[in-house]
Ligand binder design. Structure first.
Ligand code: 4NP
Length: 149
């Protein structure tokens, strides 16, 4: 089975939202995919997604409240597709020996733009932009990489 792991820094803002979006696409289209997310850092292990990610997901009909943060681990090398949320996550993946990770900024007409780290946003507003960026780029990624056929 093909499998997608979305990776950000804390696994509480961007990658759980990406996981929720991809899981909804998979469910809506009966795609047989394993979908998960992880953080390169250990700081938030066991924590639910940040409140604003839960909120923007809910506004779009996706419930990510039951997800819990975990740190990237060796066994994650078994995922067929590993997707970094920004160029630092991408570099970290390479440094940890992950082969051929994908960068979400290469999809959905982001033209290399990183998914900004909403942990440092002032309030909720930026989450609309992050959601739109992720929704579009994840759909494009899944189509281009033949995960959605
Ligand atoms: P994420 O956001 O990588 O999208 O989950 C962050 C969450 C927490 C921190 C940084 C980024 N932090 O420094 O604690």
């Amino acid at each position: 089975m093909k499998s997608i792991l979305f990776v950000c820094l804390g696994n509480i803002c961007r990658s759980p939202l990406a996981e929720g979006i991809a899981a909804k696409i998979a469910a809506d289209h009966n795609l047989d995919l394993k979908i998960d997310s992880a953080g390169t850092a250990h700081w938030h292990i066991g924590k639910p997604p940040c409140e604003n990610s839960i909120k923007i997901a809910a506004l779009n009909g996706i419930d990510i409240s039951a997800l819990r943060a975990r740190q990237l681990q060796e066994a994650d090398k078994n995922f067929s597709h590993i997707v970094a949320m920004d160029s630092q996550n991408y570099k970290d993946l390479l440094a940890l020996g992950f082969k051929n990770p994908y960068l979400i900024g290469d999809y959905g007409e982001l033209f290399g733009e990183d998914i900004p780290d909403p942990y440092f946003f002032d309030g909720f507003e930026g989450f609309h932009k992050v959601y739109a960026m992720l929704d579009r780029s994840i759909q494009d990624f899944m189509k281009k990489e033949r995960l959605w056929v």
